[in-house]
Design a protein around this ligand. Structure first.
Ligand SMILES: Cc1cc2nc3c(=O)[nH]c(=O)nc-3n(C[C@H](O)[C@H](O)[C@H](O)COP(=O)(O)O)c2cc1C
Length: 243
């Protein structure tokens, strides 16, 4: 039975419903497809992909917290070539709507990734994960300053061409999230994804050492839900027409 219309649009692209996976929580959908047909959800947002294959950060990469978890996966992934050769065809075969999340270490890397994706058939949108350290600027996270956030989006916009919608994924680790939203909207995004994880740290009281190999990690889960609700509320107040 499918008598309700939950469909939604981002720019020109239509999605059957607004339920999308959170990037990094379902890889490229293979494991999730054991539980239900991927065509039943609005889209699979793939794990953020970078130009080159990456092994990620040292283990342990997960730490439980009282109401959530910390992860420091470090954007482990196959790199764009293998992703396009292996994961995209698999998702298309499984009739999934695809939102490709991209991540880079420089403004140029985001542009290169956008250029690689522009001619790929079967993609419904690009999500730009700007919560990454900029190696060209002392590791400052792109998402934390309006100028670097917008520089990334401008680079993606220039290189993507056509009408593929661009979604910017914002970090809550900022003083004023509306300021960042303003900068990426001016730079040409069609939609926003809120929120990425918050930077956190857990100490093992037995060893007095950080529990994560990489020391710090991203906090997710019920602990951050009120922060997400607040951030969405603030941004929606400022930009009621931006999905
Ligand atoms: C293990 C793990 C890996 C993640 N990887 C990515 C990623 O590659 N790109 C990204 O934009 N967000 C990534 N995230 C962040 C999630 O997409 C989401 O924004 C975050 O978990 C907050 O939502 P939640 O509290 O509902 O989990 C990851 C989160 C987790 C837990």
């Amino acid at each position: 039975m499918n008598s309700f219309d939950f469909s939604t649009k981002i720019a020109s692209k239509r999605f059957e419903n607004p339920i999308f996976t959170a990037s990094g929580c379902a890889s490229s959908g293979q494991e999730l497809s054991q539980f239900f047909p991927l065509s039943e959800i609005g889209a699979i947002v793939t794990k953020s992909i970078m130009s080159k294959a990456r092994t990620g950060r040292i283990t342990p990469r997960m730490a439980e917290t009282p109401s959530g978890m910390l992860n420091s996966i470090g954007l482990q992934g196959p790199g764009i070539d293998l992703f396009l050769e292996r994961d995209i065809p698999w998702l298309i075969e499984n009739k999934s709507k695809i939102v490709v999340s991209i991540a880079g270490e420089s403004v140029d890397e985001y542009g290169v990734l956008a250029r690689r994706l522009r001619a790929v058939q079967g993609i419904s949108a690009i999500e730009v994960n700007i919560s990454c350290p900029n190696v060209e600027n002392r590791g400052q996270v792109f998402a934390c300053q309006p100028d670097t956030a917008s520089a990334v989006i401008e680079s993606v916009r220039r290189n993507i061409g056509g009408e593929l919608p661009i979604i910017a994924k914002l970090s809550p680790d900022v003083t004023d999230i509306v300021e960042i939203a303003t900068s990426v909207i001016k730079a040409g995004v069609d939609g926003l994804a809120l929120i990425n994880t918050l930077l956190g740290m857990v100490i093992d009281l037995n060893t007095m050492q950080p529990k994560l190999g990489g020391k710090t990690g991203g906090l997710s889960g019920p602990a951050i839900r009120p922060i997400a609700v607040r951030a969405i509320y603030q941004v929606h107040q400022a930009f009621p027409n931006t999905p």
